[in-house]
Design a protein around this ligand. Sequence first.
Ligand SMILES: [Cu+2]
Length: 184
Amino acid sequence: MNPKMSIRMMLAAAPLIAALMLPNSVSAHVTLDQREAPVGAGLRVAFKVGHGCSGSPTVRLRVRIPDGLIAVKPMPKSGWQIETVTAKYDKPYGYFGNATLTEGVREVVWSGGKLADDHYDEFVISGFLAASMTPGMMLYLPVVQECETGVHRWIEIPTAGKSADDFKEPAPGLKLLPRSGQAH
Ligand SMILES: [Cu+2]
């Protein structure tokens, strides 16, 4: 096979390949393993890391915890160290029973590991979606993905009328659902 020829063919096909890949672009970013979750309930969510930074392996993942997602705990992950940043919430939130929480984890960082670009992995947190949040709204969890070389800042938050597909590096998010019948 003539290598010059194959490169020319690849270049010619590139726009077509890009167009074909577009519908799947969301699944290739850092995304969540669920699209929606009820308020006033516990939440367990995984950040799905679909690729590195232009081929470079992921070595650090930083997640910002949004207002209303309280009592967050990261799940330990073999081969990775966890750091958390604790700070005051924007306001007090009701928790189970009569408890009120005024501070908690606002940022989670996994580091020290190495996730190759051609491998896939998930990073998990658990927490509680405050009952005072508005069902129907989107809740975004901005993520900074640092690689050996390069960085992806998944921090773009779609404004009304736009969706994650309209952005190059959208923050992963989930839609808030009405509180389910029974608290537990
Ligand atoms: Cu992507």
